[in-house]
Design a binder for this molecule. Structure first.
Ligand SMILES: Nc1ncnc2c1ncn2[C@@H]1O[C@H](COP(=O)(O)OP(=O)(O)OP(=O)(O)O)[C@@H](O)[C@H]1O
Length: 361
């Protein structure tokens, strides 16, 4: 293959545009191999954020054009991930082995924050990352039930630290594994936030690209203390399109702004209902609110998740949709959401060097 052909291949790859690419693949320095041997074009990418679904789209979009320009019989595509560690708030509390922490919060209870956190964590893993999930929702630690791990308790090899509970490849810990739900509910502010921070610090996390934290709902003292103490890379706010939830979502954005945690964007859950008989989309809780909210606060509407029985049933059965039905369109929605969040985190953030990245307390 001539040098010209190779530069044409690179130009075609660089011309690929997608909402997850604020810089193109050349500018990202993501093209690590580009060779033609015996009619086989080998393309290897290394990406700094989870990107598997968009990688599939890239292949479909440019595959034919690449084959035409190189006359290759076949393209051998591959992707690896070297997920970047990004600057975070409260750096002095950085947790060993964890590159990036994404907090999932909501101004109001019951909007689907835990549902989103669980499916998002699994989707980030599906998209190529090593992922953990910490359930910090003291008022309703529902993640063990959603992952089917409700009867498990973390082991402590040294009576100080806890081994995470592994579920579908995720390293997890939850207040729900440790205390009876009713006991946790009565904890007062300082006690609750102290306990949650201790769980974060005392879990023996394996090396993780992303730790997703399911925060307690609301914007009170517990949430503020956590936001001021957890080494957070970015927050995502879950809301429904209902006015009352949107008002509370605003409080969430304001709280994170106050403590200098970037809000990566807003996820609108229960956005619409798809009629099981005719496929009609109905905006049960109203429409357009989350998009307006995002615009007003100069942030992004990251995705819209429909209200659907399947999502609830799968969680009630302890096998989230992303795991139990990977080909379901809802899993696709979560996978795309995961790519979007990982990319926004990267492009809105600042890469930090690994030596300070792995500093432990
Ligand atoms: N998009 C959806 N479609 C169908 N059911 C949903 C959806 N999102 C959430 N649910 C259901 O709504 C209920 C509440 O969801 P979830 O526990 O995730 O909310 P939450 O915001 O975390 O609540 P809390 O603040 O009380 O912890 C659950 O039964 C869940 O299965």
């Amino acid at each position: 293959m001539s040098v010209n052909d190779l530069s044409q291949v690179k130009s075609i790859l660089a011309a690929f545009t997608h909402p997850t690419l604020s810089k193109n693949l050349m500018e990202l320095n993501a093209i690590k191999q580009c060779e033609l041997n015996d009619g086989i074009l080998t393309i290897k990418l290394v990406m700094p954020f989870a990107w598997q679904t968009v990688f599939g789209l890239l292949q479909k979009t440019v595959g034919n054009e690449l084959q035409q320009c190189t006359q290759a019989r076949h393209i051998d595509w591959s992707i690896e991930y070297d997920i970047a560690t990004l600057k975070r708030a409260n750096e002095q509390h950085a947790v060993k082995n964890i590159k990036n922490i994404i907090v999932v919060s909501s101004g109001k209870g019951g909007v689907g924050k835990s549902t989103t956190a669980v499916n998002l964590a699994l989707a980030l893993q599906h998209e190529g990352a090593k992922v953990g999930l910490l359930d910090a929702d003291i008022y309703g630690p529902s993640i063990p039930t959603m992952l089917g791990t409700q009867n498990q308790h973390p082991m402590s090899p040294d009576n100080q630290h806890m081994m995470p509970i592994m579920a579908f490849g995720l390293a997890t810990n939850s207040i729900g594994y440790l205390v009876e739900q009713d006991n946790a509910m009565v904890w007062r502010g300082p006690m609750a936030s102290k306990a949650l921070l201790q769980i974060l610090q005392d879990t023996m996390w394996p090396e993780l690209d992303y730790l997703v934290i399911d925060m307690p709902p609301g914007t009170g003292d517990i949430q503020l203390t956590l936001a001021q103490s957890i080494p957070v890379t970015g927050s995502v706010i879950v809301t429904t399109p209902q006015d009352i939830a949107l008002i509370d979502a605003k409080k969430g954005i304001t709280m994170f702004n106050k403590v200098n945690i970037p809000t990566i964007g807003i996820i609108e859950n229960m956005s619409y209902h798809i009629c099981e008989n005719c496929g009609h989309h109905e905006a049960i809780f109203g429409e357009g609110g989350a998009a307006q909210l995002a615009k007003h606060y100069h942030t992004q509407l990251l995705g819209q998740i429909p209200l659907d029985r399947v999502l609830r049933q799968d969680l009630d059965n302890g096998r989230p949709t992303v795991i139990s039905q990977p080909d379901n369109p809802f899993s696709q929605i979560y996978n795309e959401l995961a790519d979007r969040i990982a990319a926004e985190l990267y492009f809105q953030g600042k890469v930090i060097l690994p030596d300070i990245a792995f500093k432990s307390l």
